[in-house]
Ligand binder design. Structure first.
Ligand SMILES: [Zn+2]
Length: 213
């Protein structure tokens, strides 16, 4: 059992795990499953094994966010990421110059990506979205807590990476067509004004001339 979740962190470096999160929607319709799909299937099997070995026995339908947290904490023993404790002299150092006895944990990026894949797998295997334990609020809060803790302990800013993402389109801007409509109405208004002030007096003059002649 101890060797089951070994792939979770070992097969992914932290950076690819974080990056994968934004591209998880990459669904290829080709016959060969993508790396993401393979990983998702393996994660789902790992979780199934975990439920199978759980004492007391636990079925998927009775699995809650609390059980998911239990699973994540269980995975930490297989982690390969050094997370310094506040009393360690290397606390907050991204590249410590010497070894220290601080514990190894699953990196936040790995856990975040893992939960994303399991959340998708749950629904693909017939689970209802509203009953998805991987989408539970407690799981979201736990991941945020791990992120903040590891960010401080390892001297890494995860926020920075987020800000590098392309900015969202601004919702306040009017659609492109709206400007064309405005332009059209302003041209019509200009033509009307031109007609009233330039053409109309001239026409009246012509009429007067005809009348006088
Ligand atoms: Zn340390």
């Amino acid at each position: 059992m101890d060797s089951i979740p070994d792939h979770i962190e070992s097969s992914y470096s932290e950076n690819t795990s974080v990056g994968n999160n934004s591209s998880t929607g990459a669904t290829s319709s080709s016959s060969t499953p993508s790396r993401y799909e393979n990983q998702k299937r393996r994660d789902w099997n790992t979780f199934g094994q975990y439920l199978k070995n759980h004492r007391p026995p636990l079925s998927l339908s009775r699995c809650s966010g609390a059980h998911v947290l239990e699973f994540l904490r269980y995975l930490d023993q297989f982690g390969k990421t050094k997370v310094h404790t506040p009393i360690c002299p290397f606390y907050g150092h991204p590249n410590p110059p010497a070894p220290c006895p601080c514990p190894l944990r699953q990196a936040w990026g790995s856990l975040d990506a893992l939960i994303g894949r399991l959340r998708a797998a749950f629904e693909e295997n017939g689970g209802k979205p509203e009953a998805n334990p991987f989408g539970a609020r407690a799981v979201r809060l736990y991941l945020r807590e791990v992120r903040d803790l590891q960010s401080k302990a390892r001297g890494i800013s995860y926020e920075k990476k987020k800000r590098k993402r392309p900015p969202q389109p601004l919702p306040a801007l009017p659609p492109p067509g709206a400007n064309m409509v405005k332009l059209f109405y302003s041209i019509v208004a200009t033509i009307k004004l031109f007609w009233v002030f330039c053409l109309l007096p001239e026409k009246q003059c012509l009429d007067l001339e005809q009348f006088s002649s």
